[in-house]
Write a protein that binds this ligand. Structure first.
Ligand SMILES: [Fe+2]
Length: 186
């Protein structure tokens, strides 16, 4: 059986080609925003996969709460990635869509396959969130400078949600102060 498909014969827009847009944003400018948005899209989807894995493998006394919290995390990331991808198409670009390429473009190193200690897995998530937040901050400033205020606004909304989620992760990782208060000598 021949399992190879010649996709190039039906390719209508190569991944690196920027089409015209109706937003009256100059094509070069739109292209540079797309080049910045695709790594963000890759990062959001890569973290989406990481949260999904953690949602699947989480165990322990806080299982129920964390299982739901991680589901909120990947659901939120999915919606955010969708908004970024749709902005890329509005700008005339092609959103990066294969998991392999998304991971390659991501701004953080994804956790390897396998199950780790829960604390370690949440620390990996918090580090990834930090890298994405830093990236968002740089891009918001850049898009403002370029005059692409809609892309800037979309990223502003995302950064508020990502910072809030990272803050909640930090709370899950906090030491149990109630127990320490009961045992002041520890
Ligand atoms: Fe589930």
């Amino acid at each position: 059986m021949n399992t190879t498909t010649n996709h190039s014969s039906i390719l209508r827009q190569a991944p690196d080609v920027i089409a015209d847009n109706v937003l009256r944003l100059e094509r070069d400018l739109a292209g540079s925003v797309v080049n910045d948005l695709n790594p963000l899209l890759g990062s959001l989807f890569t973290l989406f996969h990481q949260y999904q894995k953690h949602h699947w493998v989480v165990t322990g006394p806080q299982f129920g709460q964390l299982h739901d919290f991680l589901k909120d995390g990947y659901s939120e990331l999915h919606d955010q990635a969708d908004k970024v991808a749709e902005r890329i198409t509005a700008l005339g670009g092609v959103p990066v869509s294969t998991p392999a390429r998304q991971q390659e473009l991501a701004c953080f190193e994804t956790e390897p396959e396998g199950v780790f200690d829960l604390r370690q897995m949440l620390e990996h998530d918090l580090n990834a969130e930090g890298d994405i937040i830093s990236m968002l901050r740089v891009l918001i400033r850049r898009f403002n400078g370029l005059g692409d205020f809609a892309s800037e606004q979309i990223l502003r909304e995302i950064i508020v949600e990502r910072e809030e989620y990272a803050h909640h992760l930090e709370h899950y990782l906090a030491l149990e102060s109630l127990t320490r208060a009961m045992h002041p000598m520890l």
